[in-house]
Design a protein around this ligand. Sequence first.
Ligand SMILES: [Zn+2]
Length: 311
Amino acid sequence: MTTETNLNDPLTEWCGHSGAVVDVVSGQEIIECVRCGFRHVVPLPTVDSLIETYATEYYRDEKPAYLIHAGEDYEWATLNYRDRLDMLTAHLSVGQRSLLDIGSGPGLFLKFAADCGWRVHGIDPSIQAAAHTREMGLPVTQAFFGSENVGDLGTFDVVHMNNMLEHVPNPRELVEKASTHLSENGLICIGVPNDYNPLQEALRDKGGFDPWWIVPSHHLNYFTFDSLNRLLTAAGFRVLSQTTSFPMELFLLMGDNYVGDDALGRSCHNKRKQFELLLQRAGQGNLRRELYEVFAKLGLGREAIVIAQKA
Ligand SMILES: [Zn+2]
């Protein structure tokens, strides 16, 4: 079960955000925020204070191996990209093939979608990531989405935000702003880490683990399927479908403690890649997709991935 608010938990209030303190990591409190409906760090940094970090430091300091690994992972990654586009097209008409990727990173998903015939545009604050996207000949705006210098992007059939909302101090505002870039019957697709999930809680309660998923230096918000769906509903969306990625906590439960061990983490990642690719090669891609939809229904899986439509 996820952590439940206990009447004995200390309460914190900060600038209109208030709720029980569910964890304190690196001196930063995580609250179950009553106003936002999801867990987040308090105090929250300002957008301005994050711009420098994400413009220059993130891919240099936090993700230095990203592109090397992306090369090694290409075949596996395209499985996921294919799944993502298939999930979207299931809810779109034949002519609806345009996609705005907010937090597009180095542009690998954009490239895949463009190669599949989609009209695409990326936005990312990182100078290095935007340069990589441009080198592949794809349109990208190097900026923080929500800032004044984004310019006129127009509308798209899909707005995609993967591993982005956990980083920003104003997710609800960004989802509402993203919805203004959607064409009629357009879809939003959001992927975030699925945190405080039942397997993580089991490892914390009985496995001797500290809550390793809390990284307040970069992750300000901690969503579950329920809290992400609540945010989307509050922002005027109707949730259409949800899925997840492999529940990496299974490795921890089986004794492979990759927390803080990058080499073992990479090894576990390679095992899940092997699992997914082998099923695919065996013609059982549908089984994999259905399995992950079932995991999502149970609140499990490493990510909460949700597709929703403007209500
Ligand atoms: Zn809040």
